[in-house]
Design a protein. Structure first.
Length: 239
């Protein structure tokens, strides 16, 4: 190798390491979350909700997440803590891609109080966002909303909490500092921060309307986990 080709090699190596640094920087390559927003519905009259810790000026702009995020949860299997079949709908409606606030499109769990539903992404991914719609055709706040991800199906180890608005720890899962919110057609967007996980679990504990738990849709966005050899073989400065 002559001096000129050695210099070329060194410049190429420096460029690659600069790119690698860039990829590790969270502020780079972030884009607004791309997801489907269903039509707005205002069937009910506004309700004066007396809810502690309720957010006052919600921002529904798409959150910033990693470029290249994909919808991972479409038609993925859903399980629940509720031992009984739903009162309305079936669990697969939660990931069926249909997001409609009209009556008849939501799954209503049979057992009231604190319950979870869980999506199996069938592989581990880097999770960028979880978006969910409980109900949005009238003002309603669900209690003790907690979103967790894990690679452990039982959620006994390796659990990351992405959102928790159980301000008084009535769930026993820890005190949450996130705000209570009124569901809208924009859905509730929760950042995933690129955490590595296969399972996504969402808790709720009834709402201001009833003790029942209800879901129109949950969407999980993220990216495949690239190994170092993958990254070398498909290195693309625009990726
Ligand atoms: Ca649905
Ligand atoms: Ca609580």
């Amino acid at each position: 190798m002559n001096t000129k080709s050695l210099l070329l090699c060194l410049s190429a190596a420096m460029l690659l390491s600069l790119q690698a640094c860039g990829n590790n920087n969270n502020s780079i390559n972030k884009v607004p979350l791309e997801y489907d927003v269903p039509s707005e519905l205002t069937i009910g009259t506004p309700v004066d909700l007396d809810v502690p810790n309720l957010e006052t000026s919600p921002n529904h702009d798409p959150i910033l997440v990693a470029k290249g995020h994909q919808l991972l949860s479409l038609n993925k299997p859903v399980t629940t803590s509720d031992p009984y079949p739903p009162l309305q709908g079936s669990l697969d409606w939660i990931t069926n891609g249909e997001i409609d606030g009209n009556p008849g499109y939501s799954v209503i769990l049979d057992s009231p109080g604190l319950q979870w539903i869980q999506i199996d992404l069938e592989d581990s991914y880097l999770i960028d966002a979880v978006v969910f719609w409980h109900f949005f055709s009238e003002d309603r706040v669900f209690h003790d909303v907690i979103v967790q991800v894990s690679n452990d199906e039982e959620f006994t180890t390796d659990v990351t909490t992405l959102f928790n608005n159980d301000h008084d720890n009535s769930s026993g899962l820890g005190t949450g500092t996130d705000k209570a919110f009124i569901g809208t057609n924009q859905g509730k967007q929760v950042p995933g921060n690129g955490v590595n996980a296969r399972y996504v679990r969402l808790y709720s504990n009834g709402s201001t309307a009833s003790r029942n738990n209800e879901y129109i849709q949950v969407q999980v966005f993220g990216r495949p986990i690239h190994t170092e050899s993958d990254a070398e073989s498909d290195a693309d400065p625009d990726a």
